[in-house]
Unconditional design. Structure first.
Length: 317
C-alpha cells in the first residue's frame, strides 16, 4: 500500500516550500485575508504617526543639538532619527520644490541702466574692463527672479562701441562683453539648474577635504558629515528663499556665520575636537571647498554656455 506524498505549499512571495504560517526565507505571512476598514485605518495611522514622530525628533535635534544625529548614526543608534542620507535627499527635494514655487533664483547677474541716461560703452585701457554710462552690474543670490536680467539697451551699446573701436584689443574686449550680455540669462539659468544637481557629484570632494583637517577615518564617516552639512545649508537657503518670496530682498552672505558656527559645533562633537579647533578647521574647509570645487565648477559651466572660443579670441587679442 503506497502513501501519497503531499507537497508543502509554496510561499506566494519567493516560491520556497513553506513550513508553518511564515516563510522561513523572506518572512512572508501566508495567512492572507482581507483586512476590515477599521484595521486598515489603524495601521495607516500607526505608520503615519511613526514617520511623523521620527521626523519631529530629527528636526528638533537638528535645531538644538548639532552633531547628535551624526554621533547616533556613527554609533549605530540612529533608529530614533532619520539617517544623513535621508535628511539630505529630503532637504534637497524640499529646497528645489520651494525654489520652483517661490520663483527665487539661486544666482542672477543683473545689469541695469539708470532711467533717462543713454547707454554708452567704452573699453578700459587695461584691456579687460568695460564701462557703460549709467550701468549698474550686481550679483544676486537667492532672490526673486528679475526680468530682464540685462537691460536690452546694453547689447546694442556694446556692439556699436566695438564697431567704432580704434584697436583690436578694445574691439575684442567689447565684443566679448556683448556676448556675455547676450547669453547671460542662459548662463544664469544653467547655473541655477546645475548647482543643486551637481551637489551629488561634489559631495565626495567635500568629504575628501575633511580628511586632512579632521583625520583619517572611514570615508563613509566623512560622507555622512558631508551629506548632513549640505542638508543644513539647504535648510538655511530654504528659509532665505521663503523670506525673499515675501519681499525681504535679503542677501545670502549673512547665512555664512550661522552655517560656520553650526558646522563647528557639529564637527566638535562628531570628530571629538575642541570647539576652537573645529572653528578654524570649518573656516579653512569652507575656503578650500569654494576655491577648489565650487569656483572651478561654476567657471566650467559658464564657459561651456558662453562660448569658450569667444573667450580665447578675447585673450589672444
Amino acid at each position: 500500500m503506497s502513501s501519497e506524498v503531499i507537497e508543502p505549499p509554496a510561499c506566494p512571495a519567493c516560491q520556497l516550500p513553506l513550513v508553518g504560517r511564515f516563510c522561513h526565507d523572506c518572512g512572508q505571512d501566508t495567512s492572507i485575508r482581507p483586512k476590515p476598514l477599521r484595521e486598515v485605518a489603524s495601521e495607516a495611522f500607526t505608520e503615519i504617526t511613526n514617520i511623523d514622530g521620527k521626523a519631529a525628533r530629527t528636526f528638533a535635534t537638528l535645531a538644538v543639538r548639532p552633531g547628535r544625529l551624526l554621533e547616533a548614526y556613527r554609533l549605530g543608534a540612529s533608529g530614533r532619527y532619520a539617517t544623513p542620507l535621508k535628511i539630505f535627499v529630503m532637504m534637497t527635494a524640499v529646497f528645489l520644490s520651494v525654489l520652483n514655487f517661490t520663483e527665487v533664483q539661486i544666482y542672477q547677474n543683473i545689469w541695469k541702466l539708470t532711467p533717462g541716461v543713454p547707454a554708452v560703452a567704452t573699453a578700459d585701457p587695461d584691456g579687460v574692463t568695460v564701462h557703460i554710462t549709467g550701468g549698474v552690474n550686481r550679483d544676486l543670490w537667492m532672490e526673486r527672479r528679475v526680468d530682464p536680467q540685462v537691460d536690452p539697451r546694453i547689447y546694442p551699446a556694446l556692439t556699436e562701441a566695438a564697431a567704432k573701436a580704434t584697436n583690436e584689443t578694445d574691439r575684442q574686449n567689447l565684443l566679448y562683453e556683448a556676448t556675455i550680455a547676450e547669453e547671460q540669462p542662459l548662463v544664469t539659468e544653467r547655473l541655477s539648474t546645475w548647482l543643486p544637481n551637481a551637489v551629488w557629484l561634489m559631495m565626495p570632494l567635500y568629504a575628501l577635504l575633511l580628511i586632512p583637517l579632521f583625520g583619517r577615518r572611514l570615508l563613509t564617516e566623512h560622507l555622512a558629515f558631508a551629506m548632513w552639512a549640505h542638508a543644513m545649508a539647504f535648510a538655511l537657503l530654504l528659509l532665505l528663499a521663503l523670506a525673499n518670496r515675501l519681499g525681504a530682498a535679503l542677501p545670502a552672505w549673512p547665512l555664512i556665520p550661522p552655517y560656520l558656527i553650526y558646522f563647528s559645533l557639529a564637527a566638535s562633537r562628531y570628530y571629538g575636537v575642541p570647539v576652537r579647533g573645529a572653528a578654524w578647521r570649518s573656516l579653512v574647509h569652507a575656503l578650500l571647498y569654494v576655491l577648489l570645487v565650487l569656483v572651478p565648477a561654476a567657471a566650467i559651466v559658464t564657459f561651456a554656455n558662453s562660448g569658450f572660443g569667444d573667450y580665447v579670441t578675447f585673450l589672444s587679442a
